[in-house]
Design a protein around this ligand. Structure first.
Ligand code: HPA
Ligand code: ZN
Length: 338
């Protein structure tokens, strides 16, 4: 008889909220900085890790943008992405929908082509060698202008066959979704899926904005939706996927203690919540570490665990027949393991 704690580790699952630049582990960062002759403002990997002490989103973003500054060449982006895939393969992740932040690189003079071809080549190799299917989501930085987002979309035009969707990330407060309404409309016209970070630090009004102004197909975080009953009812009715990130929430002080995490409430209300790692190199863990942290704090049941794992496929952008196959596989494994 299996308990919930070793069940999550064994089941196949999808990751839907992962910033590839946030999977940049200190050892690889030092290695790439070395070969690119860039000095990091930290003497050792340990010193760098000590800097990962955040009291809000902006503290993290400052370090996150500094870290990605050593990525210059196509091979750097390949190595970053392939290292992530190898790591989550061990957690039985068999489908990923990853974000990348092109403006974090083009602003530094690295071409859009360099960034996307490195990431994409690793994703293709990961599919072939590790069996991990993928979608690629280009995120706009919301602290920059909509004009800059339009320029990024223009840069992306020759590579649209590699891109499945667009997202919105970076500093949430003061940068509401409505700021990007036109560019999201243009992306919709191009047939791209749309997601946005909302309700991580920002108020429920930002979640409404993501739904009504951006027309999102899925919401990233969404924690603060719980403050608004009408909003919760809408999210439940539409079965809108929420990509929840427990260790990120703890590290960025969105929750004070993992025991206060709202994941159980979300499931009880009927929200399509999923578990994800966000920026695993900075927040203390990958996919299964997030499940583990929830189990230790909240003593999740087998039914809750299976629900969360199945939600990861249901909320994905895989075609319906593929979702059905993956769900059937989870059901079969749960039956065998029970
Ligand atoms: N929130 C907003 N922007 C981000 C994050 C996040 O958690 N991670 C990387 N960019
Ligand atoms: Zn995120």
């Amino acid at each position: 008889m299996i308990d919930a704690c070793n069940l999550f580790a064994k089941l196949p699952k999808a990751e839907l909220h992962l910033h590839i630049e946030g999977s940049f582990e200190p050892d690889l960062m030092f290695e790439i900085a070395g070969r690119n002759h860039i000095d990091l403002p930290y003497a050792t990997v340990e010193d760098l890790r000590k800097a990962y002490d955040f009291s809000e989103l902006q503290d993290f973003l400052n370090i996150y943008y500094q870290g990605m500054g050593v990525l210059l060449k196509e091979q750097d982006f390949y190595d970053l992405t392939y290292a992530y895939l190898v790591r989550v393969h061990a957690d039985h992740v068999d489908h990923v929908e990853i974000f990348f932040d092109p403006q974090g690189h083009t602003e530094r003079g690295v071409s859009f082509e360099t960034v996307i071809t490195g990431i994409y080549r690793a994703l293709v190799d990961g599919k072939e060698k590790l069996g991990i299917s993928f979608k690629l989501i280009m995120s706009f930085l919301r602290h920059l202008s909509e004009e800059s987002a339009f320029e990024t979309l223009a840069d992306a035009k020759p590579f649209l066959h590699m891109i499945d969707g667009v997202g919105l990330d970076s500093s949430e407060n003061g940068n509401p979704p409505e700021k990007f309404e036109q560019v999201f409309q243009a992306c919709r016209d191009l047939g791209l899926k749309r997601v946005a970070h909302a309700g991580e630090e920002g108020p429920p009004a930002y979640v409404w904005g993501a739904l009504d102004s951006l027309g999102v197909d899925r919401l990233d975080h969404g924690n603060r939706s719980l403050e608004d009953d009408k909003l919760v009812a809408r999210l439940v009715e539409e079965q809108m996927g929420l990509t929840v990130c427990p260790l990120s929430n703890l590290k960025l002080c969105v929750v004070k203690d993992m025991k206060d995490h709202p994941i159980r409430t979300m499931l009880q209300k009927g929200l399509l919540a999923t578990i994800n790692s966000d920026d695993p190199a900075y927040f203390g863990g990958y996919m299964n570490d997030n499940f583990k942290a929830l189990h230790e704090a909240l003593d999740m049941t087998i039914d809750e665990t299976v629900q969360l794992v199945k939600n990861s496929y249901t909320a994905s952008f895989l075609p319906p027949e593929e979702i059905a196959k993956r769900l059937a596989k989870v059901d079969m494994m749960v039956k065998e393991l029970r």
